[in-house]
Ligand binder design. Structure first.
Ligand code: SF4
Length: 198
């Protein structure tokens, strides 16, 4: 039985496994009780990818959004789109979660938007604050990440962050950090992080 439901995905137990892009979307959704379209798509499809089913997704989004708007408005303006992502409306395509290349191919987030890849889209200062919050304080490690960003190697920066924040588990399992470990999908980040926990 999946432990992914509208409640568990609001707990640190699950959120700790999110890559920074998904974490930032979740934080801003909680903060604003709203996300604009691209953010809803990026986070919504990521959540689908971690195993959130459509009923739980509707509960999750409606609980967040109805802190600010009525249930009627939620049903009218947002429900269709969530069902659409699960292939239950319109052309009934079963949409896949976005990989990093797709995320990086979309327009950058404008003001009040939080989709995209933080390694590309945050200012260096803001990125460092976020890295500190992930427990990355070592200046040498921070410099390496900022170097990757400067070279536009965003997924390499993200993979590096994964390796730093999972160093203990990776060591215990004696997993070699090989090229095959390159993270190119937010859901791969999540799955790998959860696997290492087991
Ligand atoms: Fe998300 Fe990919 Fe950017 Fe990592 S590299 S933060 S998984 S978009």
């Amino acid at each position: 039985v999946s432990d992914i439901n509208h409640q568990s995905i609001q707990t640190p137990t699950i959120i700790q496994h999110y890559p920074l892009c998904s974490k930032i979307l979740q934080q801003n959704l909680s903060l604003n009780s709203h996300l604009k379209y691209a953010g809803r798509q990026q986070l919504g499809l990521f959540l689908k990818g971690i195993g959130l089913n459509v009923d739980e997704a509707l509960k999750f989004w409606s609980i967040q959004f109805t802190k600010k708007i009525s249930m009627e408005k939620f049903n009218k303006d947002y429900k269709y789109n969530i069902r659409h992502n699960y292939g239950l409306e319109g052309a009934r395509i079963n949409y896949k979660p976005w990989d990093c290349a797709t995320i990086l191919s979309k327009p950058k987030p404008g003001k009040g938007e939080f989709h995209g890849c933080p390694y590309r889209d945050l200012s260096v200062d803001n990125l460092i604050t976020n890295l500190n919050e992930l427990g990355i304080e070592d200046q040498h490690q921070i410099n390496e990440i900022i170097d990757d960003v400067g070279k536009r190697d965003y997924t390499i920066a993200c993979t590096r962050v994964f390796e730093i924040t999972h160093a203990k588990q990776l060591n215990q399992q004696q997993q070699k950090v090989a090229e095959g470990m390159h993270i190119n999908h937010p859901n791969l980040y999540f799955d790998r992080s959860r696997q290492l926990e087991r």
